[in-house]
Every structure is written in structure tokens, then in C-alpha cells.
Design a protein around this ligand. Structure first.
Ligand code: KIV
Ligand code: ZN
Length: 518
């Protein structure tokens, strides 16, 4: 058996389906490119049949990704499998992932079918998927609670039908490591054709055991782990990709297993996903939390200074955290900024130095010293600006105070036309939002959540606003960052507007295709 464990990332599918607002095509592509750079073997890009937006995201990712297999999810239904085949056919390598539930409770209460019927549906689904590709994954949903005899029968039938990977999910995060490892061991002992497929696992974290269960499965012979960045996913999430990857790397001498993950990309990928998904990472989260490599106790600090491995089992550098020794101020030149960005792991092709430098100087004038998190935020926001620029903020003036009616004037570039409006509100952000509503000429955007965070430390921190807004029955995320709270709030709303504009364009294209009868 190979000692290589494949890493199957499902951030864009299982992770995304659990977000309060869905991601747009460009955000998904950005995450997919980061995952490719991280070295994941398979990227599950979405569930094409679920919406036109998801179909387009999967297709776009399939077209752009060259070094990973792109995968789409489908139920065991013809229309789902056909949508996957259609969305993925532009890829260099693609996989169709089809699934059906196998536990008694799911088969009886949800599918309302007999066990024989479900086996037959699985077999037909795998065969249909094989018409599109030789790379077919079959999942036994709720395998963790499935009777082992039936699970063995299902796995054998799926492999006979042509599945090349068979996935064993603990869909509801119910099993314990010994129990879950035992299921995998049983499959290896009892399924006669098991050597014809790779056994995969997909664990949820309802009891906080997703990573432990995945590890137990790998120790019993599973050679694919399905995981998500920052452990995003349904309910309590999925197996955290960075955790399982760093377990396999840090304990390689004991486990004897390898992956293709380039661990230095972990920190950056985690931040990108957290920002784009508007899902903060808890400070004490293993591997990627803000405190994962900081030592508080004096005894620990003293130990680490004497020998790093007294209290560090892996280095911050190994996951891409590089400490900064440079003092970045408005006196720093372009080459220093470029040098620091490259030290942080970015490649020249990731940024337009001129626009990042221009933004850096503006920030340095306001803040004095610019820190790594500022630089990364500038880079992130300058990329957003280049990608979606239908709406752009040109001017903002807001007033507020005690005994003053808050008011704001906002100028937006809408396409190529500049529009200015003034409005009052119950605070300066509200006034600015009212002015933007006047610019739009409609009030179809409803803010359902508005969160203010500080990015950075103490008085030097930047204000980050995250909003979730509803438009035409769908939810959109927006984030804004600035030294000023009102500006940050306005930027977050503009981010939303650009995403709604993009979604309108996709819907429009879809309508045109339908009218043309394609
Ligand atoms: O948790 C689960 O069972 C799933 C399947 C679709 C693989 O996400
Ligand atoms: Zn899942």
C-alpha cells in the first residue's frame, strides 16, 4: 500500500454550503488557486446542479486549475451527474463525486427506499459518472452510522460499478477514533475488491473528533482525507486540512506517511479563506490561530529563546509565518515592500506593486508604522479592487456628533459614471448607506448583519467591517478595511454591490442561453 495520503479539499463545497452568505465566482476561483498552490490533490469546487452560480464557479475553476484534479458533487441522480460532467469537461483532470445515504435512518426516513434499491441507485450513478470520466468517487453518506454488513456490500458494489475512490463519511460526527478506525479496518478485511479503489474518509466535527477520526482511518489504510481550510463545514465543520496535514508532517517519523501539501502556504491560505468567507479563526485554533505560535508564560519564553524546540513542536516558518524585522513607514521604498511581500510568501504575479505601494503610502501617512497584517490586508483589498470594479468609492464625507444630525455625502463611480448623493441617518454609517441607496435608486439591498472588528493591535489597528446583505432572495458577503470606521463600512457595502452586480450578470447570461434554447 502506498504511503502517500491524498488531500481532498472540500472548502468550496462542504465549507461553502455552511456559510451565512455564499461566495461569488471570483472569490471561489481565488480560493481554488490558493488551494492549488497549497498542493491539495483534489479540489471539490461545488455542486453544479444546485444553482447557476455554482455551475459557473465549478466550470471556471475547472478551466483555470492545472495542477490539481477538479471535482464536482452530485446526488445519485442523472441530472446531477450530467450537470457535473457538463461543468467539468473543460478541466485537464476531473472527478465526479456521487453519493447516496446508506445508514438505516437515512435510507428509511429520508430516501424511503429499500436497501436493495439504494444499492441499485448507487451502481447506476457510478456507471453514469464513468461515461464522463475514469475518475469517479462514490460516498456512502452517514457511513459512520451504517450497519457494517450493508456498508461492505455497498462499497463492493460501487467498486464493481467503476468507482475508483470510495469515501466513508462520518456525516454527523458521531463516531469515536477507535470505532471509526475499526470501520475502515473491517472494510479492508471484508470487501474482496477493496484493493481496486482508494479508501477515503470525510469526518465532521460535531464532537470535536473530525481530525482524530481521520487520523485513525489513515492508520488503518485510508489513503485520502477530505478536509477544509480552517475546518469550515456543516455545523461544527469538517476535518481541518491544516491540522491533518501538519500531523502527518510533524509525526512523519512515527506514521510513515506523506502528502503533497506545501505547508509554508498554510497560513496565507487560511487567512484568505477566513477573509473571503467572513469566518474569523479562533485565536487558539491549532496551526492557524493567532496564538498558535505565541508563548505567554515567562518560563516558556525563556525556554524558546534558549532552544526553540523546548516549547515548539513545529516552527512558525513551516506553516508560512515569517516574523518581520523591518520597520515599514512612509520612508520605505517600493523594493522594501516587494521584498517583504515576497518574504510573506507572495509571488510577483500576486500583486501589482504600483497599486499596493500607492495604498501603502496612504496608510503609512495615516498610521505611521505599517505592519504585516496591514500589508496583507492592502494586498487583499487591492486585488478585490482590480477584480470587481463596477462600483468604486470616489469620495466620502460624513459628520456626526452630540446634538448633530448625522449626514454623509458619497460619490460612487457606477460603471463609468460618477454619481454623488447626500443623506442623513441615525449615525454616520447609516447616513452613508442612505446616500448609497439614493445613488443606486432602489432599496433592494437589505443589510442583515453588520460586524465591526479591529485588525491588528491596540491603537494601530485597522477597522474591518463585515456585512451580510440580502438581495433578490440571496445573501452576499462584503468586507471593508480602513483606518476609519465609516469608510470601512462603506467599502464593505461597495464590495457587496460588486458581488450582486456579478450575480446579476451570471443570471442574465443564463437567461440569454435559455432564450436561445441551448
Ligand atoms: O458529510 C457528508 O456525508 C458529505 C457527503 C456528500 C460526502 O458531505
Ligand atoms: Zn460533509
Amino acid at each position: 500500500m502506498s504511503n502517500q495520503v491524498k488531500i481532498f479539499d472540500t472548502t468550496l463545497r462542504d465549507g461553502e454550503q455552511a456559510l451565512p452568505a455564499s461566495l461569488g465566482v471570483k472569490e471561489k476561483l481565488k480560493i481554488a488557486l490558493a488551494l492549488e498552490r497549497l498542493g491539495v490533490d483534489i479540489i471539490e469546487a461545488g455542486f453544479p446542479v444546485s444553482s447557476p452560480g455554482d455551475f459557473q464557479s465549478v466550470q471556471t475553476i475547472a478551466r483555470e486549475i492545472k495542477n490539481a484534479t477538479v471535482c464536482g458533487l452530485s446526488r445519485a441522480l442523472d441530472k446531477d451527474i450530467d450537470a457535473c460532467g457538463e461543468a467539468l469537461k473543460v478541466a485537464d483532470h476531473f472527478r465526479i463525486h456521487t453519493f447516496i445515504a446508506t445508514s438505516e435512518i437515512h435510507v428509511g426516513a429520508k430516501l424511503r427506499k429499500s436497501q436493495d434499491e439504494v444499492v441499485e441507485m448507487a451502481v447506476q450513478a457510478v456507471k453514469r459518472a464513468r461515461r464522463y470520466t475514469n475518475d469517479v468517487e462514490f460516498s456512502c453518506e452517514d457511513a459512520g452510522r451504517t450497519n457494517i454488513d450493508y456498508l461492505c456490500r455497498m462499497v463492493e458494489a460501487a467498486i464493481n460499478a467503476g468507482a475508483t475512490t470510495v469515501n466513508i463519511p462520518d456525516t454527523v460526527g458521531y463516531t469515536t477514533p477507535t470505532e471509526f478506525g475499526g470501520i475502515i479496518k473491517n472494510l479492508f478485511n471484508r470487501v474482496p475488491n477493496i484493493d481496486k479503489a482508494i479508501i477515503s474518509v470525510h469526518c465532521h466535527n460535531d464532537l470535536g473528533l473530525a481530525v482524530a477520526n481521520s487520523l485513525a482511518a489513515v492508520e488503518q489504510g485510508a489513503r485520502q482525507v477530505e478536509a477544509t481550510i480552517n475546518g469550515l463545514g456543516e455545523r461544527a465543520g469538517n476535518c481541518s486540512l491544516e491540522e491533518i496535514a501538519m500531523i502527518l508532517q510533524t509525526r512523519q517519523a512515527m506514521l510513515g506517511l506523506t502528502t503533497n501539501i506545501r505547508s509554508q502556504e498554510i497560513s496565507r491560505t487560511s487567512k484568505l479563506v477566513s477573509n473571503l468567507c467572513n469566518m474569523p479563526v479562533q485565536a487558539n485554533k491549532a496551526i492557524v490561530g493567532a496564538n498558535a505560535f505565541s508563548h505567554s508564560s515567562g518560563i516558556h519564553q525563556d525556554g524558546v529563546l534558549k532552544a526553540q524546540n523546548t516549547y515548539e513542536i513545529m516552527t512558525p516558518e513551516s506553516v508560512g509565518i515569517n516574523k518581520n524585522n523591518l520597520n515599514l513607514t512612509s520612508r520605505s521604498g517600493r523594493h522594501v515592500i516587494k521584498h517583504r511581500l515576497m518574504e510573506l510568501g507572495y509571488k510577483e504575479s500576486d500583486f501589482d506593486l504600483e497599486s499596493v505601494y500607492e495604498a501603502f503610502l496612504k496608510l503609512a501617512d495615516k498610521k505611521g508604522q505599517v505592519f504585516d497584517y496591514d500589508l496583507e490586508a492592502l494586498l487583499f483589498f487591492s486585488q478585490q479592487k482590480h477584480d470587481h470594479a463596477y462600483y468604486e468609492l470616489k469620495y466620502l464625507h460624513a459628520t456626526s456628533g452630540k446634538e448633530i444630525i448625522p449626514s454623509a455625502t458619497v460619490s460612487l463611480l457606477v460603471g463609468d459614471k460618477e454619481v454623488t448623493e447626500t443623506a442623513i441617518g441615525n449615525g454616520p454609517v447609516d447616513a452613508a448607506y442612505n446616500a448609497i441607496t439614493k445613488v443606486l435608486g432602489h432599496n433592494k439591498i437589505e443589510i442583515v448583519d453588520f460586524k465591526l472588528d479591529s485588525k491588528g493591535e491596540g491603537a494601530n489597528a485597522l477597522a474591518q467591517v463585515s456585512v451580510i446583505a440580502e438581495y433578490n432572495g440571496r445573501r452576499f458577503n462584503g468586507i471593508g478595511l480602513a483606518t476609519d470606521i465609516v469608510e470601512s463600512g462603506v467599502k464593505a457595502l461597495i464590495y457587496v454591490l460588486n458581488n450582486t452586480h456579478l450575480a446579476d450578470q451570471i443570471d442574465q447570461q443564463k437567461k440569454q442561453v435559455k432564450i436561445a434554447g441551448v
